[in-house]
Design a binder for this molecule. Structure first.
Ligand code: KG4
Ligand code: ZN
Length: 344
């Protein structure tokens, strides 16, 4: 099939997404989120996310089919996130996808969530088509990964990832620490505007020479989070006011600095002149600004999809499935399982 009609299901974290693409054209992208249900816990609770997927999956499927104005019979294939992600959450999407595949007799493709994030770039109608190779920096509440993408179907290399917290998770935890709501990223972004990014010298994880030997493209944010916590505690113990805007700005600067330094270093070391940003943290104003600045300095083309394609969604999974099918990949067997740590 030259331009396969593919339905994609995403349920690896707190978004239930169903998208439909024809070839590289976006036809539908329905997303339901359980974010509000996690707010009082300050982070995604796996059990709560899984239960929300069970409730949202059928209505979201219906919404996507209606939006694209297609029937299940017309589909050429079904794609679903096989991992990485929260096991219980993944199982809901996989179960639904298998049911559809079995009922319709259509081929089913298990998709790597991170590959999906990069594939989202192909669905943009506001920019010339993505050329490869590219480096991709994927940063959300669940992942912080640096990829070298030579071919989306056959050749994606994981250069590095976080060895502890995801960047978005760090934003959420620090926001909670300084009394801001959930999700923390947008709140910190908002308040940081009034702060001084150089007020407090927070540490940059895995940036020292001896860390770079083994962890050149890896990230670490738990030390930064602890450092912010200790700094805030010391003020409070001394009975001083906490300069919340300065803390937010300085923390955001530390995260943006590390993310963009390592992403640009990856481009230079692999001689790749393109960088794709994806995931919720790609919405961060300072991350975008620093990335643009540093990419421009080194002649690197920076690509950031619009937010609805940047955050978790079903269309990116449909797009990745469409590529697998067009490349003639064998469909996945109907007995594959959820793999929370699925490798490339
Ligand atoms: O991709 P996403 O919607 O969902 C998953 O985590 O899978 O990303 C959500 C994460 C949250 O941790 C949120 O705090 C962070 O992205 N985020 C941001 C911003 N907007 C969302 N982090 C920094 N700055 C932002 N403006
Ligand atoms: Zn994601």
């Amino acid at each position: 099939v030259a331009e396969p009609l593919v339905l994609g299901i995403e349920s690896s974290c707190d978004e239930t997404g169903v998208g439909i693409v024809r070839g590289r054209t976006l036809l539908a992208n329905a997303v339901a989120s359980s974010m509000d249900e996690h707010a009082r816990f300050g982070g995604v609770v796996p059990e709560v996310a899984a239960r929300a997927h069970v409730e949202a999956i059928a209505p979201t499927l219906r919404a996507a089919l209606d939006e694209a104005n297609v029937t299940l019979d017309e589909l050429d294939a079904i794609a679903v996130t096989a991992g990485p992600g929260l096991a219980g959450a993944l199982m809901v999407g996989i179960g639904a996808a298998k049911g559809l595949a079995l009922a319709t007799g259509k081929p089913l493709y298990g998709v790597n969530h991170l590959v999906g994030h990069v594939a989202a770039e192909l669905l943009r109608d506001d920019a010339p088509e993505l050329e490869l190779p590219t480096i991709a920096l994927l940063v959300s509440g669940g992942h912080t990964s640096l990829l070298h993408v030579r071919d989306l179907v056959n050749d994606v290399e994981l250069l590095g990832e976080t060895i502890d917290d995801a960047a978005g998770e760090a934003f959420d935890k620090v926001a909670r620490l300084i009394g801001l709501g959930y999700p923390g990223g947008p709140q910190i972004d908002r308040i940081a505007v009034d702060g001084d990014p150089n007020a407090i010298a927070f540490p940059r994880g895995l940036m020292r020479a001896r860390d770079l030997e083994r962890h050149r493209f890896d990230f670490s944010f738990s030390g930064l989070k602890t450092s912010v916590a200790r700094w805030v505690e010391q003020r409070q113990d001394a009975g001083e006011d906490v300069p919340v805007a300065d803390v937010a700005a300085s923390f955001r600067e530390a995260v943006a600095d590390v993310l963009t330094t390592k992403a640009v270093d990856a481009c230079l070391s692999r001689e790749v002149s393109r960088l794709v940003l994806g995931g919720g943290v790609a919405a961060n104003a300072r991350v975008r600004e620093l990335a643009a600045e540093r990419c421009a300095k080194h002649g690197i083309e920076l690509r950031i999809p619009p937010l609805r394609l940047c955050t978790d969604n079903g269309a990116m999974i449909a797009m990745a499935g469409s590529l697998l099918m067009s490349a003639g990949r064998t469909p996945s067997p109907l007995d594959f399982g959820a793999d929370s740590t699925l490798p490339m």
